[in-house]
Design a protein around this ligand. Structure first.
Ligand SMILES: *[C@@H]1O[C@H](CO)[C@@H](O)[C@H](O)[C@H]1NC(C)=O
Ligand SMILES: *[C@@H]1O[C@H](CO)[C@@H](O)[C@H](O)[C@H]1NC(C)=O
Ligand SMILES: *[C@@H]1O[C@H](CO)[C@@H](O)[C@H](O)[C@H]1NC(C)=O
Ligand SMILES: *[C@@H]1O[C@H](CO)[C@@H](O)[C@H](O)[C@H]1NC(C)=O
Ligand SMILES: *[C@@H]1O[C@H](CO)[C@@H](O)[C@H](O)[C@H]1NC(C)=O
Ligand SMILES: *[C@@H]1O[C@H](CO)[C@@H](O)[C@H](O)[C@H]1NC(C)=O
Ligand SMILES: *[C@@H]1O[C@H](CO)[C@@H](O)[C@H](O)[C@H]1NC(C)=O
Length: 328
């Protein structure tokens, strides 16, 4: 009898606790998140999230198609410092420029159709430094990914510039973070943004977009995808730059602790989309499977020009297998 009462009250406690958790996650006025209303559920409210042209994807480098693109043309204001509004919108921290209906930031070229305006930039991350980016390169994830979201006001089309974030211990890894403008600008960003721990909290911060983007915008992959968050709108032009920017591990960890633990969507099926690259030579993946281009990658007649065969192939793949085991 006593035992069953104890069991009953234990069950009741469990029920109360689980209701409490449901409340924490569901009554914040949001109909999607990365927990109970996570990516697997999004399509129930936002059907487009189950579309056939979704983002992010795994970029199989060996299966990309070489193509040349006109250079990007950034308006000169990308190189000036402006006050941005940083806002915790419950899913990420968005940084927008409040321009009262006009924007000094316009982007064209780069194979984009027309002139696009900067809307916001935001970061995606996850609970450790070996995950966090939304796009993956041959199944390798970076610590984070920054999205500079643009839109063509005439067509409504979205164009996102995605840059990977690689976290490092900086000075102890021999990286001079005091001389590097990009690293310093991100440090400034993180110091302020990390304070926005509650939903709808916002602040102003002066930032330089070109400095945040860094000086490695030459090589990229290009494909047609979607927003990586509801409503998962398709017809978005993706540019994913190959070179990551470097941030400090402490900075991204402060986001995990003070903002959210994670906000990255898993890769979506490629279906029949082509992923282009704007640079001639690509390297093989250390994961053999990622060098087999199925019909789905649509590039059977346009394989990569490989720069060099990987000599330490088996060592590398063993390392990857080990890393994967350690990760699980
Ligand atoms: C930018 O923001 C700072 C800090 O809030 C403020 O002191 C400054 O006046 C702002 N500058 C402009 C041009 O709005
Ligand atoms: C914003 O735009 C409105 C209408 O276009 C104008 O009346 C107002 O003065 C502008 N405000 C600023 C701060 O420029
Ligand atoms: C570019 O946009 C225009 C509308 O401004 C549209 O008519 C045209 O089909 C688009 N071209 C491509 C290649 O998407
Ligand atoms: C945040 O602001 C939005 C729009 O003003 C509002 O609908 C929502 O309830 C707010 N959320 C919280 C948690 O304050
Ligand atoms: C910013 O200015 C630098 C130096 O003048 C230039 O190399 C770079 O392309 C510019 N970046 C943008 C995004 O305009
Ligand atoms: C600064 O660091 C970035 C990585 O975040 C690197 O790509 C860039 O080349 C560095 N810039 C300089 C001037 O060293
Ligand atoms: C690409 O690879 C080919 C073959 O190995 C080599 O001849 C060429 O120089 C490489 N091009 C570049 C830009 O690295």
């Amino acid at each position: 009898m006593a035992a069953s009462i104890q069991m009953y009250s234990g069950l009741k406690k469990l029920l109360v606790i689980s209701l409490l958790f449901t409340n924490i996650y569901s009554t914040d006025g949001q109909d999607w998140n990365y927990q109970d209303l996570g990516p697997d559920m999004w399509s129930e409210t936002y059907p487009m999230c189950a579309g056939t042209s979704q983002s992010p994807i795994i970029i199989k480098t060996a299966c990309t198609t070489y193509r040349t693109f006109a250079p990007f043309r950034f308006s000169s204001d990308y190189n000036l410092t402006y006050n941005f509004t940083l806002l915790n919108n419950g899913h990420t921290i968005t940084s927008t420029y409040n321009s009262n209906g006009s924007t000094p930031f316009t982007l064209s070229g780069g194979g984009l159709n027309g002139t696009f305006q900067f809307l916001n930039f935001h970061v995606h991350w996850d609970e450790n430094s070996k995950s966090g980016s939304e796009h993956q390169v041959n199944e390798v994830k970076y610590t984070g990914e920054i999205h500079f979201v643009h839109q063509n006001p005439e067509t409504g089309q979205i164009a996102v510039l995605g840059i990977f974030m690689h976290s490092s211990q900086l000075s102890s890894d021999g990286i001079d973070n005091t001389a590097n403008k990009t690293i310093k600008e991100w440090a400034k960003y993180f110091t302020t943004a990390v304070e926005l721990g509650s939903v709808n909290e916002s602040t102003e911060l002066s930032l330089n977009l070109a400095t945040l983007m860094g000086n490695n915008l030459n090589d990229f992959w290009r494909y047609g995808g979607s927003l990586t968050t509801p409503p998962c709108t398709e017809d978005a032009v993706w540019t994913v730059f190959t070179a990551p920017i470097v941030i400090s591990e402490e900075e991204i960890d402060s986001f995990r602790k003070n903002i959210f633990s994670e906000n990255d969507r898993s890769p979506q099926p490629l279906y029949y989309r082509i992923v282009y690259r704007n640079f001639l030579n690509e390297t093989l993946s250390a994961i053999p499977d990622y060098n087999c281009c199925s019909d789905e990658s649509n590039n059977a007649d346009n394989k990569v020009i490989l720069s060099k065969p990987i000599k330490y192939f088996s060592i590398l793949s063993t390392t990857f297998v080990l890393l994967n085991i350690l990760n699980t």
